[in-house]
Design a protein around this ligand. Structure first.
Ligand code: SF4
Length: 555
């Protein structure tokens, strides 16, 4: 799709490269050439960048080491697909050194219902793709400037409380965009979410397109449309452009929005190329008019919004609308071994129906008859990935961090698991008594927001911290984020805190919450009610901090 805004000379370097060779051509190039001879890839300008369209990133370790991301639309995996992914991790995702906490051959469940694995070698990619495609899965457009995995509520079609089953809509949108060359070259990544539950599990407000359940004036169920949401350095809640989307029009409307973005989005400066900047520039009314001019369905006004609050958590045992149960397992920071993931697939096949991946990096086994629940709960996998964890382990989310990511400033995954465990030991029971069954702590290793720190009860962002003993790994700390009806980003309260001081700081904050919160008040509500200065004082605890700096302790 060509830009209507820029002449060829005005395009950024990356945009010119995308015009020289369509990024989706990388898929065949890997199969036909690079898997046999990786050195040939450096002969084609821009080819390393194009890998993203095949769901592949070079790892920071360099050489023949790659990360691969598998798209899981709506987070729904059959038992067999789960086993296939687990076996791929087991067979191909082994690194030269074991991770001291997670071992080897592991995979990561992401906040976009994808699965990521590391240490793949290019020669193995065709076989991995063969296995995935035979099971009905793909990595195409899992990354790159195109439509990414489409989010949906992970218990779509099952939850007793949903307004409409959005999974078929998410699947149809995914099918339209995947491999579609006409929409495979957008100015930047393009993220979509469609949910029919009333709890905003699919995080509509922080996507380029968010669809939330709604009822129009005729009583029809569908979705209200939001556009231009996102996190990272310029976080923005998506704008309501006053459109009701009937389920059968959803593909055409998302196609039209992609066309608006492709034709009018910024292709001159990648820092300003995300769709949220276009929505901001045009304003909701003009954006709506541009969309109306490009779609062949009417755009009726928004209906009654049916979203009540933000949940983002399905841990525990819950009844489905058909009387069976779904069991949400807690996978702290989303990392488990390939063998364990394979085992999750076996359990889904033996006790239930399928596996669902949630946006909080946890997984769910669905369709468990009540009489089989006790047997499922007695399985060893559920002892490790418990449906009844402490509140901090339950809510912990972390990005890749320094282990694999070239942008990371700090290590995230191990640290996040250890902090969550430590906080559960110090305060877990007290937080439960205070009505906080899950404490959503989100840890990103840099400012790029892959772990969505802006929507956590607590958000961490990797930074370098200065101490009397020198420079150490640190974090910015923010408090009070949430989505749903009271959506709001965290306020960044404290900058560059040395990581070793974080658990004590958290304990002070959560003890203050426990002593001071009002009946039924959640942590993010309490944090928003308090003055930032007061919260900062709690995080800092000036006396003990200066004593520690004086002693020159290091992280
Ligand atoms: Fe890497 Fe930063 Fe994203 Fe974490 S948030 S995975 S450190 S880019």
């Amino acid at each position: 799709m060509r830009s209507l805004r820029y002449s060829h000379d005005e395009l950024s370097k990356q945009e010119k490269q995308k015009l020289e060779r369509h990024p989706l051509e990388i898929y065949e190039a890997i199969r036909n050439t690079y898997a046999d001879d990786l050195s040939k890839m450096s002969e084609v300008p821009g080819e390393v960048d194009r890998l993203k369209w095949a769901g592949i990133y070079p790892q920071k370790q360099g050489g023949d080491n790659f990360m691969m991301r598998i798209k899981v639309p709506g987070g729904v995996l059959t038992a067999e697909q789960t086993k296939v992914i687990g076996r791929i991790a087991r067979d191909f995702a082994g690194g030269p050194h074991e991770n001291p906490h997670f071992g080897d051959n592991f995979l990561d469940l992401t906040t976009r219902q994808d699965v990521q694995m590391h240490w793949f070698q290019m020669r193995d990619i065709p076989e991995i793709w063969d296995r995935l495609e035979a099971a009905g899965m793909t990595t195409v457009q899992a990354c790159g400037d195109s439509a990414r995995n489409v989010l949906s509520c992970p218990v779509s079609g099952l939850d007793k409380d949903e307004a409409i089953n959005a999974y078929p809509v998410a699947q149809a949108i995914n099918d339209f965009f995947t491999g579609n060359r006409d929409y495979g070259n957008l100015p930047r990544k393009f993220k979509m979410s469609v949910t029919g539950c009333c709890e905003d599990c699919a995080q509509a407000e922080i996507n380029d397109i968010g669809m939330l359940p709604a009822r129009n004036a005729d009583g029809e169920l569908g979705f209200n449309l939001r556009v231009g949401g996102g996190l990272s350095d310029g976080p923005r809640m998506a704008s309501d452009i006053d459109v009701f989307v009937r389920p059968e029009d959803a593909v055409e409307i998302t196609r039209g929005i992609a066309q608006v973005f492709g034709e009018l989005g910024n292709r001159n400066n990648r820092w300003l190329a995300r769709m949220r900047y276009l929505v901001q520039e045009l304003g909701p009314e003009q954006f709506r008019a541009e969309l109306e001019a490009r779609v062949n369905v009417p755009l009726p006004p928004a209906g009654e919004d049916l979203t009540r609050h933000y949940r983002g958590d399905h841990t525990g045992v819950h009844e489905q609308k058909d009387g069976n149960l779904y069991v949400g397992l807690n996978v702290p920071v989303g990392r488990m071994s390939g063998l364990e993931f394979e085992e999750a697939g076996r359990l889904a096949g033996e006790y239930g129906e399928d596996v669902r991946l949630a946006t909080d990096q946890n997984l769910i086994i669905t369709g468990v008859p009540k009489e089989r629940l006790d047997d499922l709960l007695a399985e060893p996998l559920l002892a490790k990935y418990s449906p009844n964890p402490g509140p901090f382990s339950r809510g912990i989310v972390a990005c890749t961090g320094t282990e694999f990511c070239r942008f990371a400033i700090v290590e995230t995954k191990i640290r996040a698991v250890e902090w969550a465990r430590e906080m559960d030991e110090r305060l877990g029971e007290e937080m439960k008594e205070a009505g906080q069954d899950a404490v959503r702590m989100h840890f990103s290793g840099c400012s790029a927001s892959c772990a969505q720190p802006q929507i956590g009860d607590v958000g961490f962002r990797g930074e370098t911290a200065k101490t009397a003993g020198g420079l150490v790994e640190g974090v910015d700390v923010g408090l009070g984020g949430s989505l749903g009806r009271d959506a709001g980003f965290i306020d960044w309260i404290e900058g560059a805190k040395p990581t070793e001081r974080v658990p004590d700081a958290l304990e002070r904050i959560f003890r203050a919450f426990k002593d001071d919160h009002r009946e039924g008040e959640k942590f993010h509500e309490w944090a928003r009610r308090k003055r930032n200065g007061e919260l900062r004082d709690l995080l800092r605890d000036r006396e003990s901090e200066s004593a520690r700096v004086g002693a020159g302790r290091r992280s």
